[in-house]
Design a protein around this ligand. Structure first.
Ligand code: PHE
Length: 455
């Protein structure tokens, strides 16, 4: 035994693992993306399509990441080398690269949420939509943005540096219950607002007509959201599952995690829309700054809006933090496992590098789009797709074996799972990848080319 061969860390409890995974899943995607997608893309009709993708694609894919992580007890690169070997090792590299790039700008957006929480305590929010927009543009890029990006990244570094049990597990034990309680509290508050009735019907009335004419764009959006919101395609769930010491029922864990993630996303809609409707703000044109422009303007309009806004943005910041630590852990676990670097040094160096990479995103919104679209629509989908092909088509026996640990005989669940991975998951990811590449090409030749020309 070599002297560097120290015992790998594990979660202290089963609840610790589940909370960490819920914390990873519940993030910006649940709050600024999900409710607005439901509202705009067919209400309950979209919701049904989304739930279908969660069950058919998200759940099987999550179990794939879990078994690869628990089986190898390694970071994504080590894990892929161990189960696939050869060229498959590069899939692990894609995960590391995706985690690295995504956290660089995720931290910028999270920094905005911290900035906006403070705004409530300072001057309050601007009720005028045009002024709120101008304020967002000035706060979203430049020194302000860089400062809050640095602050947020520093907190992520500290938590990850403290390790699995003393850092991440302890943090999520506080953060996840707080997110759940505050979200429920805000939904109860929103229920009392005068615009609530109108808001609920906007949010949830099924628009089958819209769905039938626009399904070509609605379905991929629902599929992409299902993947992103469950933190799949970046090795985050591989990494978290690699710290599982004992055999527990991963299917049950996955179902609990998905239930929480979907529940919080759904309830956020019950929070956001009553606030918008009560302030008389049209929820239909949110754009990237949805919660920072329209919602902030609504906070400016409501009685005690500064307080509601402060609570809301603080919750978003906490949700972003519990997601960000999982992204950093992907890269840090690699540096620790493969380079034998001490955890504290690994977290500091990785965090500092991510901070630097995020500076362009904090400098200009177009650069944030440039990097976000690439990571989100291409890298993430590509990594996820290759992993699903490997496990579904090349290593099904290993996967079924591993899943049955902690469950026992899988019976019909085994073929159902493997075939879900082989066909629906793989097909959905191939389509999503093709669409993602097209969209990126359009962005590069359109908005981005104009931006370059303006410089
Ligand atoms: N699931 C997170 C969200 O909904 C995003 C995320 C993806 C976090 C991948 C970690 C890993 O915002």
């Amino acid at each position: 035994m070599s002297d560097i061969d120290i015992q790998r860390e594990t979660w202290a409890t089963r609840a610790g693992f589940i909370l960490a995974a819920v914390g990873s899943a519940v993030g910006l995607g649940n709050i600024w993306r999900f409710p607005f997608q439901v509202g705009q893309e067919g209400g309950a009709a979209f919701l049904l399509a989304y739930l279908l993708f969660i069950v058919l694609v998200g759940f099987p894919a999550m179990l794939v990441e879990f078994v690869v992580g628990r089986h190898t007890e390694l970071n994504p690169v080590g894990a892929l080398r161990a189960v696939g070997g050869g060229t498959w090792t590069y899939v692990g590299w894609i995960f590391i690269a995706t985690g690295f790039v995504v956290l660089s700008y995720y931290s910028v957006v999270a920094g905005w949420t911290v900035r906006y929480a403070f705004l409530g305590l300072q001057d309050g929010y601007l009720a005028d939509a045009a002024e709120a927009e101008a304020q967002f543009v000035s706060l979203a890029s430049g020194l302000d943005a860089i400062f809050f990006h640095a602050l947020f990244m520093a907190v992520v570094i500290v938590i990850v540096a403290l390790g699995i049990q003393q850092g991440i597990e302890l943090a999520v034990r506080l953060m996840v219950p707080a997110i759940v309680v505050i979200t429920l509290g805000m939904a109860a508050y929103a229920f009392t607002l005068e615009g609530a009735g109108e808001a609920y019907s906007y949010y949830l009335s099924p628009e089958w007509g819209l769905f039938l004419t626009e399904w070509q764009s609605i379905l991929p959006a629902a599929a992409g959201q299902a993947f992103f919101t469950l933190s799949l395609g970046m090795g985050a769930m591989i990494t978290y599952a690699s710290y599982l010491g004992e055999d527990q029922n991963l299917a049950e864990d996955g179902a609990i995690i998905i239930g929480f993630d979907t529940g919080i996303a759904f309830i956020m809609g019950l929070v956001v829309f009553p606030i918008l409707f009560t302030a008389g703000i049209d929820p239909a044109d949110p754009g990237a700054g949805a919660i920072f422009v329209s919602l902030a303007a609504a906070f400016g309009d409501l009685a005690l809006g500064w307080l509601v806004g402060f609570v809301f943005f603080t919750t978003v910041a906490i949700a972003a933090l519990s997601s960000a630590i999982s992204l950093m852990e992907v890269v840090v676990s690699y540096v620790i496992d493969e380079r034998n670097v001490d955890r504290k040094i690994a977290a500091s160096v990785v965090g500092a590098a991510m901070f630097v990479l995020g500076i362009p995103s904090a400098y200009d919104l177009v650069l944030l789009d440039l990097i976000d679209l690439f990571a989100d629509q291409i890298l993430l989908v590509l990594g996820g797709l290759l992993l699903m092909i490997l496990v579904g088509w090349v290593l099904p026996d290993l996967a079924v074996d591993e899943l049955s640990r902690g469950i026992g005989d899988l019976g019909a669940l085994a073929p159902a799972w493997i075939w879900a991975v082989r066909i629906p998951v793989v097909v959905v990811l191939i389509v999503a990848l093709a669409l993602g590449i097209l969209e990126y090409y359009e962005f590069l030749t359109g908005e981005f080319a104009e931006w370059i020309a303006d410089q």
